[in-house]
Design a protein around this ligand. Structure first.
Ligand SMILES: C[S@@+](CC[C@H](N)C(=O)[O-])C[C@H]1O[C@@H](n2cnc3c(N)ncnc32)[C@H](O)[C@@H]1O
Length: 410
């Protein structure tokens, strides 16, 4: 007899009894999805792994601590048979057949009345991949197809441009420190859906090259600002493009809210009544030191790290930073936008009690192909910056963590 293909269906299990026999690896992997589906899960097994036990402890499932017994499938809508005893599995699937309960069997796909597809979700869509017939089933192949589809949906490469549901308005997307792999999945998808991208000089510039030709890419630094401030001109450009009904991505370096003026842009959009979504990004303040082998905290070395802007000097009346207090801290200081002022910053820290021997590392263009690390101390950093021609963008790390990694200063 010809083997017919399986008929795909989505079961709506909310509040419906599902019986799981056995609590090994298979059950452990399937239980979270059954719980997420709202099923009334009854697990029958004398033992369970600690994570399955935790599900019973929190009341997510009901655990019957015993072997399978005839009658366990009464009232069930669906059963997952996965004990380590083939005889019990056979008896249970016979009971399922008799009671007309759809059942999957971990040990014998041929004997099952249902198969579990390889599944994954992205943005409100569940992808489920089944092989057509029991014979020649190759779970790795179906899982690979599932991965390719889900990955494509997540990074936007599988979005059909004319049928996609686009996010209206503006997305302020944190692009991470520069390496194109360090943007979030959501940020990448929004970028793939954009009509207009307004990008900063910092951030993942390589991603812009991948955008399709119809996407308008605008360099934020080149927006003419005439009688406005540069930031106002950017805000106006965001508003104007969004008002034209376009999907606008404002791609920013690092995280939009870490010295990124993200809130100013959000406020301008809110005032104009334009919906705005903010996607966090990996901030250079943590990731750039990390990329150069410096942890911002380390057990027994630094129990705090403080991120400071160095764009105005410590003695500048516009400075909002309490440098004398920072000098008294023993942990890590991370200075952004501080290359030009590092001499005055180091002097101030030493004048208020930080040791001149405190290690300092400057990490220029972190996470990019041009990444470079230069080491110094508070006493030598001013001359080192000049001698080594360190230029922005750089993250400056001050503290003993500079020396803990394998690349630490000797
Ligand atoms: C205006 S701030 C923006 C910070 C950003 N929002 C973040 O969370 O990383 C710019 C400063 O971030 C630092 N920076 C950003 N990306 C960097 C990178 N790839 N390498 C070194 N420093 C970087 C530099 O100190 C630069 O002057």
């Amino acid at each position: 007899m010809a083997e017919h293909p399986a008929y795909p269906v989505g079961l709506r299990l909310t509040g419906r009894r599902v019986v799981v026999l056995g609590a090994g690896q298979v059950a452990q992997r399937r239980l979270p999805a059954l719980i997420a589906a709202g099923a009334d899960v009854h697990l029958v097994s004398p033992e369970a792994t600690p994570s399955v036990e935790a599900m019973a402890d929190t009341g997510e499932i009901t655990w019957h601590r015993r072997d399978y017994a005839e009658g366990d499938l009464a009232e069930a809508w669906y059963a997952l048979i996965a004990t380590s005893d083939p005889d019990a599995n056979t008896a249970a699937s016979a009971e399922a057949e008799r009671r007309r309960v759809w059942c999957v069997r971990s040990d014998d796909a041929d004997a099952a009345t249902a198969w579990t597809p390889a599944t994954g979700s992205s943005e409100g869509v569940t992808v489920a991949v089944l092989t057509t017939q029991a014979r020649g089933r190759d779970p790795r192949h179906t899982a690979a197809i599932r991965d390719a589809v889900v990955e494509g949906l997540r990074d936007g490469t599988l979005v059909a441009p004319h049928h996609r549901s686009r996010t209206p308005g503006v997305a302020l997307v944190g692009g991470g420190p520069g390496d194109p792999d360090l943007i979030t999945v959501r940020g990448r998808r929004l970028l793939a859906e954009a009509d207009v991208v307004i990008a900063d000089r910092l951030g993942p510039r390589d991603l812009l090259a991948e955008l399709p030709p119809h996407v308008e890419v605008i360099d934020a630094a080149k927006i003419p600002y005439g009688r406005y401030m540069a930031q106002e001109a950017i805000n106006n450009a965001l508003v104007e493009h969004a008002r034209q009904g376009r999907s606008v991505v404002r791609l920013k370096g690092g995280d939009p809210y870490v010295f990124g003026r993200g809130m100013e842009e959000l406020q301008a959009l809110a005032e104009a009544g334009i919906p705005c979504t903010v996607v966090p990004g990996i901030s250079s303040s943590i990731s750039v030191p990390g990329a150069a082998g410096i942890p911002v905290t380390h057990r027994g070395v630094a129990h705090e790290f403080t991120v400071v802007s160095g764009h105005v000097a410590p003695d500048d009346e516009r400075s909002l930073v309490d440098w004398p207090s920072l000098a008294k801290l023993t942990g890590t200081l991370v200075v952004l936008m501080g290359v030009d002022k590092i001499g005055r910053i180091a002097e101030t820290l030493v004048a208020h009690g930080r040791s001149p021997d405190t290690p300092v590392a400057l990490v220029q263009e972190g996470t990019t192909a041009a990444q470079r690390r230069v080491d110094a101390t508070l006493a030598t950093v001013a001359e080192t910056v000049v001698a080594q021609d360190v230029r922005p963008p750089a993250v400056i790390v001050i503290g003993d963590v500079v020396g803990v990694g394998p690349h630490g200063a000797a």
